[in-house]
Design a protein around this ligand. Sequence first.
Ligand SMILES: [Zn+2]
Length: 303
Amino acid sequence: MANNYYGRSPKKKKSGFRLFLFLILLLALAGVTLFSFSQYLALRSLRSDLDRLEEQLKNIEDENRMLWDQYDQVVEENEKLREENFMLRSSTVINHGNRNTNLVAITIDDGAGPELIGRTLRILKDNQVTATFFPMGSWVELHPEVWKEAVEDGHELGNHTYSHAFLTTVSDERVKEELNRWQEAVDSALGYQYQTYFFRPPGMDGFTSPQGSTAKRYKEIIANKGMFAVLWDVELVYALRNEAYTTARIIEHILANAKGGSIVLLHFTENDIAALPDIISGLRRRGLEPCSLSELLLAEMQT
Ligand SMILES: [Zn+2]
């Protein structure tokens, strides 16, 4: 009986179990609440991350739109520059360089056999002069090796057509053909694609006086090929037309007329090349320095 009296009553056992259950439930509830709260916090941080990303995306889209606008502007400006460049090339005829330099460009036209070209190259090399040659493509095709040697020596070549065609009298197609065949002859002689910026019209054709639309059209073709038309301010053929064409007279005429910035026109003829050493030394005695067209025109930009 004492056992019954002092031992736990069944009622008491029941209420202890309930308390236990209640506590378990309470714990579970607290767990669930805590879990939900942490989920809520994680969701909130995800939401704010998402907002930030959306904001960034919007900024990137704005920048992107700005860049596209800038790109369009650049394309437009580029197009305008290309147009101006083309207009400049097609309307520019170079007769001389900057008069404030002491440079005089030596340009030699047409062509000759390998002996005379070789002699010219030796004179220029001995005197440390680089010059600009305007051979016809047909001459280059005939003796490719001497023109290759010329370029290897540091001289430059300009387009003077394939067959010395007078370009105002022929069709656009023929103009292009004349220019392209020159290019092909030079490329094949040199073994690589040669870039020239200089074109010299055979017989000055189309450049002495505007000869209507044909001259204008052919100037545009030249400009489209990235070339400038280059004439001269000192020449012999016209100036000495009524005189005996002697080496002495050639030297005298050139030294009397060349000044800083001049472009001298010679031809690959016996007389002109025989005069070359005295032309070079005579120019130097006058404080002038013979050079190629590129050297003269680059000096123009620097001063
Ligand atoms: Zn010529």
